[in-house]
Design a binder for this molecule. Sequence first.
Ligand code: PBG
Length: 333
Amino acid sequence: MGFPNVRLRRLRSTAAIRSMVRETHLHVSDFIQPIYVTYGTGVKQEISSMPGVYRFSLDTLKEEVQEIAELGIPAVLLFGIPDTKDAVGSSAFAEDGIVQEATRLIKSWYPDLLVVADTCLCEFTDHGHCGMVHTHERDGHVHAHVLNDESLDLLVKTAVSQAKAGADIIAPSNMMDGFVGAIRQGLDEAGYENIPIMSYSVKYASGFYGPFREAADSAPQYGDRKGYQMDPANAREALREAESDVLEGADMLMVKPSLSYLDVMRTLKDQFDLPMVAYNVSGEYAMVKAAAMNGWIDEKSVAMEILLSMKRAGADMIITYYGKDAARWLSEK
Ligand code: PBG
């Protein structure tokens, strides 16, 4: 039996009936708001490729955090811009590192707001890679190899120092092999067995991170991240990445970027029972912003449609620079 007995428009005829059959919902509790923290005083510096997103110094941070907390957003994701960089990213795991300081402050102001710490070295290394680098010159070119096992120790130190500062969730984004297992063991040995790991399990070597690298000053000084982040062409490999993290004790799995990888999100959601995280990355935000600022698209409807598509694909939560706006838009209706 088909048309005219079947008429799909019957369930679309009023706002009330559409709301009853709606399959997917966005809620403010879905959002994790990224924050960039830096040194200095009185800093609230807009990132040119991300209008509406700022770098905050520790003294201007409170107002931002208050706004996020009062909107009902449950979590923030911290990125730090340090004042010194070196080959091993020492300021990533310094007790008085920028992320550690910001974490302590945020937890003292808003104990119930969850602090998620991004565990990586690229913002803190002078070469801008996510781990320790071995370089050699050939034919006038610098060739860089990011060392895997040697980098794990530094990442474990970073995660432990973040937990010690009060981070509620550790989110390692470095894409070394074995990072979840190493960090799990390190956290447990330091007495943080109840701190969950939100693993950037499936992280692609993506052009969509461009604005982030401006914001966090973390572009690689030579080479690229293709030797550790995934090839955008691969979907089956994502299952292997995710599975290895599950076996190593990950508590949540992430797909990043999100918009161009919704197929991967759906596949992972169907294969694993862990909570799924979508990362609506900087370049995705910048594209919508730029088009909206030109008057080419309607910002609110496009941004909300994108966030909804991530949930429809299987995301249980979304890291998004649109968190505050989306929270406001949701409370409008
Ligand atoms: C660190 C890291 C990156 C992002 C989050 N953590 C950048 C990268 O891998 O180059 C990107 C986030 C965004 O684009 O919003 N490794």
